[in-house]
Design a protein around this ligand. Structure first.
Ligand SMILES: *Cc1c(COP(=O)(O)O)cnc(C)c1O
Length: 232
C-alpha cells in the first residue's frame, strides 16, 4: 500500500458505508468509521488524518502508547480495540478516548482508577463473545448484566455500548446471526441506562463484513486492511 492511496481508500469505505445505509434506510451520520492502524507506520496515520479521518484504533497497548506519544494531535480520537492487560492500562489512560475491549470487571476498576488519576473520563464498550471462537475474546452474553451492574457508580468512565467480532468465515448468514445476537443484547440491556451507563454505541463490522453490520445496526465500524493494506 503506498501512502497516496490511503485517502482514496477512506473515500471508498465511506462510500460503502453510504451505500449500505441507503440499502437499509439509515443515515450514514449515525456510523463512525474507526480506522484500524495496527502494525502500520505513523506516516500512514498522518496521511489519513490529512484526509479528514480522526478516529484511529489500535489493538496492542504498547503500540497505542507509542503512537499516541509520537503523534501529538489533539484532534485525534484514539480507540483501544484489542486485548487488555491490567498493568498496562495506566500507560494509555492519559490519552486514550475509547476502550472497546472491556470484558471483565477488573478492567473497569483499573480504567476508572487510572482515568481518575488523569482527571478525565474514558468511554468504554463491553466486548461480548458472539462467535464460536474462544480466542476472539469478550464476555459471555449471560455475564453482561453483572458487568454493567459493576460499572454503575464507577467514576471517570462512561459505558457507551457493546463491541463484538463475528467468526472469521465466508458464511454470511453465520456472520449476520452473530451480529443480530449482539444487537439483541444491546436492546435487552437498554434498561441499564442511567448515570454513567449509556448504551448508545454498537461497535461491529470490519473490512470484510461492514455492510452486514450496518444493516443489523452497527454505529461504529472498525476498518483496517481495506484502508491501510493487508498485514503480515
Ligand atoms: C484488526 C482488527 C480490526 C480490523 O480488521 P480488518 O479486517 O483489517 O478491517 C477490527 N477490529 C479488531 C478488534 C481488530 O483487531
Amino acid at each position: 500500500m503506498n501512502i497516496p492511496e490511503i485517502e482514496q481508500n477512506i473515500k471508498k469505505i465511506n462510500a460503502r458505508i453510504e451505500e449500505a445505509c441507503k440499502n437499509c434506510g439509515r443515515n450514514s451520520d449515525s456510523i463512525l468509521l474507526v480506522a484500524v492502524s495496527k502494525t502500520k507506520p505513523n506516516e500512514m496515520i498522518l496521511e489519513a488524518l490529512k484526509g479528514g479521518q480522526i478516529h484511529f484504533g489500535e489493538n496492542r497497548m504498547l503500540e497505542l502508547e507509542e503512537k499516541m506519544f509520537a503523534i501529538k494531535d489533539d484532534s485525534i480520537q484514539w480507540h483501544m480495540i484489542g486485548n487488555l492487560q491490567t498493568n498496562k492500562i495506566k500507560k494509555i489512560a492519559h490519552r486514550v478516548d475509547w476502550i472497546h475491549s472491556v470484558e471483565k470487571t477488573k478492567y473497569l476498576d483499573e480504567i476508572s482508577k487510572r482515568a481518575e488519576e488523569n482527571n478525565r473520563t474514558i468511554k468504554v464498550l463491553i466486548q461480548v463473545n458472539i462467535s464460536d471462537e474462544r480466542q476472539k475474546g469478550g464476555c459471555k452474553p449471560e455475564d453482561l448484566a453483572e458487568i454493567l451492574n459493576h460499572a454503575k457508580g464507577l467514576s471517570n468512565i462512561t459505558v457507551a455500548g457493546l463491541m463484538g467480532m463475528a467468526t472469521f468465515t465466508d458464511d454470511l448468514e453465520e456472520i449476520r446471526k452473530e451480529f443480530v445476537l449482539l444487537k439483541q443484547l444491546f436492546e435487552q440491556h437498554q434498561s441499564f441506562n442511567e448515570g454513567n451507563i449509556q448504551l448508545t454505541e454498537l461497535s461491529m463490522g470490519m473490512s470484510g463484513d461492514l455492510e452486514i453490520a450496518v444493516e443489523v445496526g452497527s454505529t461504529m465500524v472498525r476498518v483496517g486492511s481495506d484502508i491501510f493494506g493487508s498485514r503480515n
